[in-house]
Ligand binder design. Sequence first.
Ligand SMILES: [Zn+2]
Ligand SMILES: [Zn+2]
Length: 467
Amino acid sequence: MDIIRILKDYPLCHRCFGRLYGKLLHTSNYERGKSIKMAKAMELESKLYSLMEKYDNNNDMNKDNDDAADADPNLDSHNNNEEKDIVKKLLKIKEDLYYIRRSGLLEIKGISEEEYPINESIEKNCPWCRSIFNEKNLKEILERVLCLLKDYQYDTFLVGTILPKDIKKLEDEIKTPYMESIRQEFNRVMGRLLLENIAKIVDKQNPDIVIKINPYNKKIELQVNSIFIKGRYRKLIRGIPQTKWPCNHCRGKGCERCNYTGKRYNTSVEEIIAEPFMEVFKGKDESFHGAGREDIDVRMLGKGRPFVLQIKEPKIRKANLEEIKEKINRSGNVEVLNLEYGNKGDVVFFKNEPHRKTYLAVVECEEELSDEELLKVVEKLKNSTINQRTPLRVAHRRADLIRVRKVYDVKVNRIDAKTFELNIHCDGGLYIKELISGDENRTSPSVSEILNKKCKCKTLDVLEVHD
Ligand SMILES: [Zn+2]
Ligand SMILES: [Zn+2]
């Protein structure tokens, strides 16, 4: 390690100098730094004293040789050169000692304050820490953090130190293989200070709150992580969308057409479920993730559809889910069940996992149907493979491609001469309305195709979203 080269360009305090070797030995950065500087200073001082002795001896010898020098001028110049060389070495050592003392090692004896004065305050002069660890600074940051935290309910936290660009650049310039970033040390120091003041737990994986601190400009920001509530919902009425639907005309700002609500539909499954949660958890925003979605005119019955509600920046993290459930269920339009706390992973799972479904459709045919014809529908659709080109009604927002989906089971139940119930167990992602109508031959086989009669889906319910 080239101690002097570093200290010449960067007058690092003991603590920062020790941080360059932070991964070596069980000790503090301060001790590491001071020890290295002391060892180096001792080595330099011992060299200094032996050179000074040599210099004095030389001078004595020169006096003795004065007479001889008169006789031999070469001898005189030889002695002069040696003396110059010693002086040069002495000055170099003193300069090196100066760099060490300037970085805070006041124990150095070999140079005097008069010869090598130090003007700047050593602590403020350290280009790496710029005195962020001084007690007053830490206390000020601590108090402001505690003040921000008092608005939030949380069990776990993590300190995340943010470094200014020039400090990151400095770390790159002086990096050693054993260096610890000042970020790590500040995280540790601040984390410890906080633990002394709040009865919470440090969680590095999944903290409730990340306290982001820039200790240099004292900017503090709380990253309050979302909470996730999972469960299943039943949609008991037709005519409401799953998620908030902004007015097409004003895109949510509010206009005459939407009666200044900003919404195309008065309410949605999302709003009915989220509002009571937001009231209790006091979140800033929410996001609703369903395991697929049903059309606006389709009910979601049976055991319901899995969903995850993400509540962003909640002030409250623990509440009685049972009470919230009762409140939602009183709406009569949407019911929730199996509510529990989830995590971020549940959202990804929902989005990627295709769930099989069971539907109940009421099919209406233009012509009367015989019992044989109804049986034919069962026969042809059961365990069949459906080729379904993207339906016309969604073609404007979905890629045009042919999906291949399986139908596993089919049951029929006559209502009257032209209408019957169709119960279908099939892969997720199969469009049922088109499976019935045929969608101008874009879905094949279809109920219309099998019967060779025009059929349409009158009503549709999702009976089951299978796990
Ligand atoms: Zn420092
Ligand atoms: Zn509008």
